[in-house]
Design a protein around this ligand. Structure first.
Ligand code: IMP
Length: 176
């Protein structure tokens, strides 16, 4: 069975523009420290930031994961790459690809809040409410999706397909 396109590249670009506009309006007069969550958010970060017209003080990437190699959340979180500079008194905008169980963001928020930023907000391209275990407040949400395993636009399918310009539903079997 061929994988179905869930969200086309055109739909994504339209939504990204809207989110960029909203972020620009919300952060008037403030400088933002943007934190992209590797690896899945890399495309969203690049597209979204080009739609943000307020000053961005710096962009950093972190690598944190609650996933092993399978499609089920492993339930534990590992930080592979942390921020280079402090976020104390900064306006932090985290950009993530997808909120699934919410475990990754829950842990990350806790960690960042302990560093006393002036504010902390979250942009996520996708949200899968059916799998939610931790309630996460997503300030800038691209799309709410049903319980499918999806890939493309930065999200991987067993490490592949991140470069696909749309979001597709994987129709195959879960890799054990
Ligand atoms: P959470 O901690 O369960 O919310 O998982 C978040 C992470 O799981 C995301 O940053 C993704 O890397 C990965 N993930 C969850 N669902 C999918 C999916 O449908 N496709 C690809 N990666 C996913």
């Amino acid at each position: 069975m061929e994988d179905k396109i869930l969200i086309s590249s055109e739909e994504i670009q339209k939504r990204v523009k809207e989110l960029g506009k909203q972020i620009t309006e919300d952060y008037q007069g403030k400088e933002i420290v943007v934190v992209g969550v590797l690896t899945g958010a890399y495309v969203f970060v690049a597209d979204l930031l080009r739609e943000v017209k307020t000053p961005i003080e710096r962009l950093e990437f972190i690598s944190i994961s609650s996933y092993g190699d399978s499609m089920e959340s492993s339930g534990n979180v590992r930080m592979y790459l942390d921020l280079k500079k402090d976020i104390k008194d900064k306006h932090v905008l985290i950009i993530e690809d997808i909120v699934d169980t919410g475990l990754t963001l829950h842990s990350l928020m806790e960690l960042f809040e302990a560093r006393h930023p002036a504010s902390i907000k979250l942009a996520s391209l996708l949200y899968k409410p059916a799998r939610e275990k931790y309630k996460i407040n997503i300030d800038y949400l691209g799309f709410t999706i049903d319980d499918h395993f999806v890939y493309g636009y930065g999200l991987d399918l067993f490490s592949k397909c991140r470069h696909v310009p749309h979001v597709a539903i994987y129709s195959g079997e879960a890799k054990k």
